[in-house]
Design a protein around this ligand. Structure first.
Ligand code: DOR
Ligand code: ZN
Length: 345
């Protein structure tokens, strides 16, 4: 069985920096025509100039025609001037809000969102989306409850204060997040990863701890997975594709204190096809992967098409990653969908 879809977008990728970028962009560009690059480098991308320079570093090692859009990293020092510059730049499409301490390289993120009110108003006025890592950071809150608590304590008040602010709740993991987006107005959307569509915390923890299934927000229960699957394959167009593909060198994952992140880029479209097929919704994959995100960001669709075939292939055990190696998600497993090629028109 063959499937051909308009060239999709990945609205959430960690390309990293330095030599590793080429290894990541090679995998992303085999399947996607455009990707949104996350700004959590060290140091983070705080200004438009830094974000645009990073975009150029990615494009330099990307194949011809591949498009990258950049984001700013929101800090408590971000100025309204920087926001207006970002809003005026066609290649900077959003500002990422990391609660300080929530995840990889989030130390420079936000401890007190009240410090950002002017910046948020400027974003609301200028139509520049806020991309949200939706977890509270509080030692007293169980890691499995952090997304739901964020919705109640941070996001609901934020959306009430700024009803026209465009918000993308990134990598949603719970039924509560699906319900939140469904109940919200047209300015609130969400990305859904392939690993959260296909896996639960059992895959992370039953029979041994599997570090390559560890990401943030952490995998949840089967009823949450079901809600994500229904949202991704449903009619509502405010759920779209973002892999949160987050490579870490193998030694940083397979460690007594392993980093969070699933490197799904090499297998992303195959995994999404598997998830959509599970829900009998392969005919919706194109809208989810290639249209809805572009519509939300107000960007044109990609040209060309990507072909997939229902054909088994084995995922490599590891791949080059700069000077080291990275273990791709689903390493050594046999997948049922293969990306067979790209057609330019
Ligand atoms: O699992 C994750 N890895 N979640 C994030 O939010 C960040 C990412 C990374 O950069 O490694
Ligand atoms: Zn991410």
């Amino acid at each position: 069985m063959e499937l051909s879809i308009a060239t999709p977008d990945d609205w959430h990728v960690h390309f990293r920096d330095g030599r590793a970028v080429g290894d990541v962009v090679r995998e992303v560009s085999r399947q996607f025509g455009r990707a949104l690059a996350m700004p959590n480098l060290r140091p983070p991308l705080r200004t438009c100039a830094e974000a645009l320079a990073y975009r150029r570093r990615i494009l330099q090692v990307a194949p011809e025609g591949f498009e990258v859009v950049a984001t700013l990293y929101l800090t408590e020092q971000t100025t309204v001037g920087e926001i207006l510059e970002a809003a005026a730049s066609p290649s900077v499409v959003g500002v990422k809000f990391y609660p300080a301490g929530a995840t990889t390289h989030s130390e420079d993120g936000i401890s007190d969102l009240a410090t950002c009110e002017e910046v948020l108003s400027a974003m609301e006025e200028s139509g520049l989306p806020l991309l949200v890592h939706g977890e509270v950071v509080d030692d007293g809150v169980d890691i499995f409850d952090r997304e739901e608590r964020f919705l109640d304590e941070v996001l609901a008040p934020l959306v009430a204060r700024h009803p026209r602010l465009k918000v993308v709740l990134e990598h949603i993991t719970t039924r509560a997040a699906v319900d939140f987006v469904n109940a919200a107005g047209p300015s609130v959307a969400a990305t859904i990863t392939a690993h959260h569509l296909l896996h639960t915390r059992n895959d992370l923890l039953v029979g041994g701890i599997r570090p390559h299934f560890y990401c943030l927000p952490v995998l949840k229960r089967s009823q949450d997975r079901r809600a994500l699957l229904e949202a991704a394959t449903g009619e509502r167009r405010r759920f779209f594709l973002g892999t949160d593909s987050a490579p870490h060198e193998v030694g940083r994952k397979e460690s007594a204190c392993g980093c969070a992140g699933c490197y799904t880029s090499p297998v992303a479209l195959a995994l999404y096809a598997t998830a959509f097929e599970e829900n009998g919704a392969l005919d919706r994959l194109e809208d989810f992967a290639s249209r809805r995100g572009a519509d939300f960001y107000g960007l044109p669709y990609n040209g060309g098409r990507v072909r997939l075939r229902r054909e088994k292939w084995e995922v490599p055990a590891s791949m080059p990653f700069g000077a080291g190696r990275v273990i791709p998600f689903a390493a050594g497993r046999t997948l049922t969908w293969t990306v067979t090629g790209r057609d330019p028109i």
